[in-house]
Design a binder for this molecule. Sequence first.
Ligand SMILES: Nc1ncnc2c1ncn2[C@@H]1O[C@H](COP(=O)(O)OP(=O)(O)OP(=O)(O)O)[C@@H](O)[C@H]1O
Ligand SMILES: O=P(O)(O)OC[C@H]1O[C@H](OP(=O)(O)OP(=O)(O)O)[C@H](O)[C@@H]1O
Length: 297
Amino acid sequence: MEFVKDLEDRMLFAVPKKGRIYQTCIDLLKGCDIHFNRSSRQDIALCTNLPIALIFLPAADIAKYVGDGNVDLGITGQDIVVESQVEDKVRQVQELDFGKCRLCIEVPMHGEYQTLDSLVGKRIVTSFVNSAAKLFAPLDKAAGKKTTIAHVSGSVEAACALGLADGIVDLVETGESMRAAGLHDIYDLMETQSVLIANKKSAHTDLIDKIASRVRGVITAHKYVLCTYNVERKNLAATSKITPGRLGPTVSSLDSHDGWVAVSAMIAKKEKGEILDKLTECGATDIMVMAFTNCRV
Ligand SMILES: Nc1ncnc2c1ncn2[C@@H]1O[C@H](COP(=O)(O)OP(=O)(O)OP(=O)(O)O)[C@@H](O)[C@H]1O
Ligand SMILES: O=P(O)(O)OC[C@H]1O[C@H](OP(=O)(O)OP(=O)(O)O)[C@H](O)[C@@H]1O
C-alpha cells in the first residue's frame, strides 16, 4: 500500500493504456515535458518532474473516472464522454486535434435496411449502447416499436456478418474496417476527436491550467513552422502580407546588405508550399522553413 501514500497530494491524470490513441498520447506527454518512468504493464506511473501520477486506463473508462472524480484529468474521445453520460461533470479543457472520426450507423451494403427509420424495431450491436439508445428511444416511441441494442466491446463490424445485428453503431475514420466487412454508413451520430477533460470539482486547477497551456503549445507547434527569409526593404510590405505572423513578422536589418532585411514569422505548416512560392515571386531569397517542437502563444 506504499503506492497509495505516494499518490497523496498528486494530481491524478488518466491516460489510455492501449489502443488507437495510446502512442499519440505518450508523444503528447513527452512534448509537454511530463517525465515519468513506467515499468512494463504498470498502470500507475509517478511523474519525476511534476506532482502528477499518471494512471493508465482503457480509453473507454476514462471519462467515467474523470466524471466521478476518481481522477482529476484525463485524455479520451468526445465519443466516450457522451457515451459515459458525464458531460455535466467534466470540463472539456482542450481539443487535441487527433483521434478524429465519426460515430455512425453502418448496415450491410446490399442489406434489407438502408435507412435509420427502417432500423427502428430491429437489432443493433455496438460498444456505444447509451448513444445508440438515446438515438432510437424517440424513434421507438413514435413507431411503437422496441429496437434491441446489444453490447460488444470490439470488432463490432463482424456482428452483421455473424447474423447478430441488422445494423451497428461504430466509429469510422478512413472507412476501411467498414468496407472490409461489406458495410456502409447511413447516418452520423456525432463527430469526435480526442480531448483533455478535467473533473469540474478538481482541487488542482493551477496544475490543470499549466498542463493545458503546455498541451496548447505542443498542438500549435505541430500546426506551424518558422519561416525565415531575406528581402529588399522595398518588397517588405508585400512579403509581410504573405507572412503576417501572429503579431507581425520579426524584421532585422542586414548590416552587410544595405536596403535588405531578414524576416521571420510563424506560418501554417499545411500552407508552406504556397507561401514559399509567393515569397519567391515577391523577390524573397534564402528562404528557410524550420519545425519547432514547442511554443507558448
Ligand atoms: N479509427 C479511429 N480513428 C480515429 N480515432 C479513433 C479510431 N478508433 C478509435 N478512435 C478514438 O480512440 C478512442 C479509443 O478507441 P480504441 O478502439 O483504441 O479503444 P480501446 O478499446 O481502448 O482499444 P482496442 O480497440 O485496442 O481494445 C475512441 O473512443 C475514439 O475516440
Ligand atoms: O474507419 P477506420 O479507419 O477503419 O477505423 C474504424 C475502426 O477503428 C476502431 O476500431 P479499432 O481498429 O481501434 O479496434 P476495435 O475494432 O477492436 O475497436 C473502430 O471501432 C473501427 O473498427
